[in-house]
Design a protein around this ligand. Structure first.
Ligand code: SD4
Length: 330
């Protein structure tokens, strides 16, 4: 197909799908019918425990991993007490809460939004980009207007408490371009990976990004290959921490490629962390962590510094929190 007619086709298809809004996507039919495996879900940080519970409601009822990873992280996105994801997230330095999210499924379909404002569930908009358009990523105003066209719920940000913190931060940080700090205790981004009863793997990732970032800054979280990557033949991985460092090595894709070479998910995450360390002269304060799941349902995680953990739920294990091994001490 010639380039121009391809675009005509794509835009026409995208436009038609928007004009026929499906308010909520129907639950997805499972692929690979007949294949049996034990569902497993893992998510970054302790907020993953609650998110996994929501994902498990889908996975435990023979639902698809795609539905599970969307439903799971929606819990975190709407948690008003979470300062690094969704509606309760911290703003950029000008006071705008801009959100990033992406999703990828077992067919290597993917969708993402970046720098979207005032929409309650960026992850669902990312899924709509994947399912209703020919594109992978929409950003800023374009992403927001697509979300509004699709009928997604809006929200007002920053919430009161966050606005108060931001005002204090502004007073204490008069230097306009002083580097904002990601500290190790910051409970960042939720990344979630799930394998369903049919053995299909999907993942999601959603964040408000680096607190008090420069306006327009986008981290790794909505970037397929950096914040999240799935290859259903091999496994999936997602990332948390300083997005700039994760993007440099296409982190989540790198983890999946290490699993393809035969490494256990934990070893694959460790090798990616070591690559990040090798690409930086100074990793002082540079925290990054990965989690991964392979085709057989084995899981693992690893981080540059201690303090990173991830939550897991499967039919054999009640909800648990696992401390990821790390490379360096504080
Ligand atoms: C980002 N990785 O925007 C995300 C958020 C995060 O520490 O995890 N920050 O860089």
């Amino acid at each position: 197909m010639k380039r121009r007619s391809f675009f005509k086709f794509s835009l026409a298809t995208a436009f038609t799908s928007i004009l026929k809004p499906q308010s909520i996507f129907g639950m997805q039919a499972l692929k690979n019918p007949g294949r049996n495996s034990n569902p497993v879900v893992i998510s970054t940080w302790s907020h993953g425990i609650e998110a996994n519970e929501a994902a498990w409601k889908v996975l435990g009822n023979s639902g698809s991993s795609l539905d599970a990873v969307e439903q799971g992280v929606k819990i975190t996105e709407s948690d008003l007490s979470n300062r690094s994801v969704g509606i309760g997230g911290r703003p950029d330095r000008t006071g705008h809460v801009t959100l990033d999210a992406c999703i990828m499924d077992e067919r290597s379909r993917c969708g993402a939004v970046a720098c979207i404002e005032g929409i309650l569930h960026p992850i669902s908009v990312a899924r709509a980009v994947m399912e209703r358009t020919q594109h992978v990523m929409l950003v800023g105003e374009g992403a927001r207007s697509f979300a509004l066209d699709c009928g997604f719920e809006t929200c007002k940000t920053p919430i009161k408490e966050v606005k108060k913190d931001w005002k204090e931060w502004k007073k204490e940080n008069k230097e306009a371009f002083e580097k904002p700090v990601i500290n190790h205790e910051n409970h960042d981004t939720i990344g979630m990976l799930a394998i369903d009863a049919q053995g299909n793997i999907s993942g999601s990732c959603t964040t408000s990004g680096w607190a008090y970032k420069l306006p327009g800054r986008v981290g790794d979280s909505p970037i397929i290959g950096a914040g999240l990557f799935i290859d259903n033949e091999v496994g999936g991985a997602c990332a948390t921490g300083m997005g700039e460092a994760i993007i440099r090595i296409a982190g989540s894709h790198t983890v999946v490629e290490f699993m393809r070479q035969g490494h256990h998910p934990e070893k694959a995450c460790k090798l990616a962390v070591e690559r990040i360390i090798s690409k930086h002269e100074d990793v002082q304060g540079l925290q990054c962590g990965f989690i991964a799941i392979d085709k057989s349902g084995q899981v693992g995680g690893y981080s540059v510094y201690n303090g990173f953990n991830y939550a897991m739920k499967s039919s054999d294990t009640e909800k648990i929190l696992i401390d990821a091994p790390f490379d360096r001490k504080w």
